[in-house]
Structure formats: C-alpha cells, structure tokens
Ligand binder design. Sequence first.
Ligand code: FES
Length: 280
Amino acid sequence: MNLILKKRQLTPEIAWFEVEAPRIARRWKPGQFIIIRPNQDSERIPLTIVDGDPGRGSIVMVVQAVGKTTRITVAKEEGEYLADVVGPLGEAASIEKAGHVLCVGGGVGVAELLPVARAFRQAGNFVTAMCGARTASLRILDEELRQAADEVIWATDDGTAGFHGNVVQCMAAWRAQQNAPPATVHVIGPIPMMRAAADLTRQWGVPTFASLNPIMIDGTGMCGGCRITVGGKVRFACVEGPEFDAHQVDFDELIRRTNAYRAQERLVLEQHECKLKLVN
Ligand code: FES
C-alpha cells in the first residue's frame, strides 16, 4: 500500500500525485516508469516517473482519466492509498551532451517530458521544450517546464496560447526559423503525434528518440504484452525501452496492438460508469 501524500488536479481529467515510495525514490532515473494498481482488484497501468525525492521518500506521477482504471486512480485523494506501486522499471532515457536538444510532448506526455528535459539540461545541453495542448486552459506543468528547460514553446489546437496548430506543425514552423537543426530530438505523447514527429525529423536528418507506451501487463518481459518492432526486430518496451529510435519504430503495428482491446476497454468503462450512476 502506497500513501498519497499530495494531489493536484492539473485539468479536469489530469491529476498529479506525490506518492510515498521510498525505495523507488532512491533508485529511479529519468525515462523509467512504474506499474500501479489503484485498488487490489484493479488492472495494472504503467506510468512514467515524473519526479522523485529520496529525502521525502516519494515519487511523482501524473495520470489522465481515460479508461476505468485511470478514472479510479484520478478519483483518489490525499491520505488514500494505492494498492501497489512497482518500479522503477525499464531503461533510463539516453541522456548525453549533444548541444541543442528539442524535447517534444503532447497531452499528458508533457508531464513525462519533464524529467527528460531536466536531465538533458543538467547534462549541459540547451533544451527547448515544445509542448502541445488542445487549448490554453489544458496546458499542464508550465512553471515546472520553465524551470527544467531553457525555453518553452506551447502549441494549442485552437490558438488560444502560443503557436496555433498541433505540436508537429509547431516543430516544422520552428525549424524554418532556426539556422541549424537541433542535435537530437526526444518525443513523448500520443502515438500518431510521435509518428508524425519522427517523419519530420527523418527529413531533418536528426536522431530522434520516442518514449513508447504500448499495452503492458507484468512489466518484466514475461507476458509479451508490450511487444513492438524496431528496425525489423521484436523488442519488449518494458525491459528494453520505453525509449527507442523513433525512425526505426513500426508505428502502424504499435497502433494496431494498442487498439486491439478498445471494444473491451469501452465496455468495461461503460459498466463502471453505469455502477457509479447507480451509487449516486
Ligand atoms: S509488459 Fe509484459 S513483456 Fe512487457
């Protein structure tokens, strides 16, 4: 059981949690993740470790309410418990001194970008964080990003803040104004966004890493749930990733596998919401 020490509601659907997890806080590295179960009868969900404080014995995670389990998690409050938190899992992000690093995040991926951007900056790089949101009020962790990166550029779909358009269109417009391409690009977010970003940086000729988010079950390389194809080879995101060369990832297969259980997920969510209405 892991105690929720603090909660912030970042948007109506996205919540930030500081959770007691001293052993994970001592060992985690940027890019790694945890697998949690909010309740003992819940399914497991993988979440990026957004921050960790060994002194407080706590880690930070950010959750977007999408399906039944994420909704149950987002509904948790300070002082309540998560049934279990396992981690740190996966490989750390490859952080090196490259020069100018462009970190691109979309949706809740902005939270996942934060530790990676911070680590690149601490390694001596100039970091541009480029983030996408549907509208100005759905931008998250702006203040934290400004502390972690050298510059922060927002794109909003409706143009209410920053660049008017999606984050990949923003990348293209930004590049047109730069004298030179960035040395490396790191992308985290929805799969179509990562694929479009990878297509663009392939044209730029810039090495690009994507932090992938396939379906995960055990997180230990045993179940095969997170199988992906990178450069024609089968890889397991939970133990060999989640970061991979974005130009080599078979995004079509990743989308197919991620959508494989959509009908069941929709049904489980409908049943969950139906029970909530009965209770209320
Ligand atoms: S989650 Fe089971 S093999 Fe990766």
